[in-house]
Design a protein around this ligand. Sequence first.
Ligand SMILES: Nc1ncnc2c1ncn2[C@@H]1O[C@H](COP(=O)(O)OP(=O)(O)OP(=O)(O)O)[C@@H](O)[C@H]1O
Length: 310
Amino acid sequence: MMRGGDVLNVTALTKRYDAKTVVESVNFTLSKMRCTALLGPNGAGKTTTIQMLAGLLRPSSGQIRLLGDASDSDPRRSIGYLPQHPAFYAWMSGREYMIYAGRLCGLTRKAASGAAEELLARVGLADAARERIGGYSGGMKQRLGIAQALIHRPKLLILDEPMSALDPIGRREVMALLRDIKRETTVLYSTHVLHDAEALCDDILILRQGELVESGPLSEVRDRNRQPVIVVETENDEASRGWMERWLQGTKADVLNADRVERGMRLVVRDLEAAREALLLDIARAGVRITRLDIGQMSLEDIFMKAVAE
Ligand SMILES: Nc1ncnc2c1ncn2[C@@H]1O[C@H](COP(=O)(O)OP(=O)(O)OP(=O)(O)O)[C@@H](O)[C@H]1O
């Protein structure tokens, strides 16, 4: 069901290559003025999904409805798209590239030129507008890529891994820009970097082997998965190592998941009080020399790891 505040609705979206299904019956809705992160490990189907949304790849089955209008056959009119590996002409200036992108979207030269000027200023490239793209830094190129995707004032901006090829400075520049853009445009972007998703997005979608395994507002996904976490670190002696091994084998009641971490272990537990009591008693009984005991909540990274685990 499309609601008034929805920009795009995807139903049973599927992509098959011969016998291999790479996106399987995916359903989600993007709402107006919200920023959504599409998360998933390598090969989960993020790029395939994005290319279908951008109209570059034909779905095997399923429906993509844009702005409640199934009759608009060319989604490129309402969608701005930045591919994972954009191809720039190094010899063009940023301004020339923007006008070129605008002309490809059907803008007149005058309209493209006006929009180019405004957007280049918006992404902090006004001073570099007449310089060749070949001399731009990674962050500048990516900001130009985002600007060209906005040239026809799309309702939805789709970015495939916009931060993955950038150094920390470039990443910070692009994050700041997206934070600004998401105030007035609906944004969907794919990423491996969970920290970036947490810092920027309102909603998340997690794909695993082509299937959507988690979706919704970040706060709801967090609440749904809210579980206490206990981190224990010990001295590196034989007794402590043996004791930890027994906890890692996962036979203890109340422990949902136990992972080895540097110098210790990390337990996701059902009932914090019960688990803490059992743990402390066991530490005392076994004479384990702990160096750290930390109590917290599952992060988005834990939720992601849980969602994509086999
Ligand atoms: N043209 C194709 N023919 C056959 N299989 C394909 C084709 N394109 C993609 N795939 C497969 O589809 C799966 C999903 O690929 P996709 O690029 O969408 O994943 P991704 O989540 O974007 O991964 P990454 O994070 O590595 O970019 C992969 O297993 C890939 O090998």
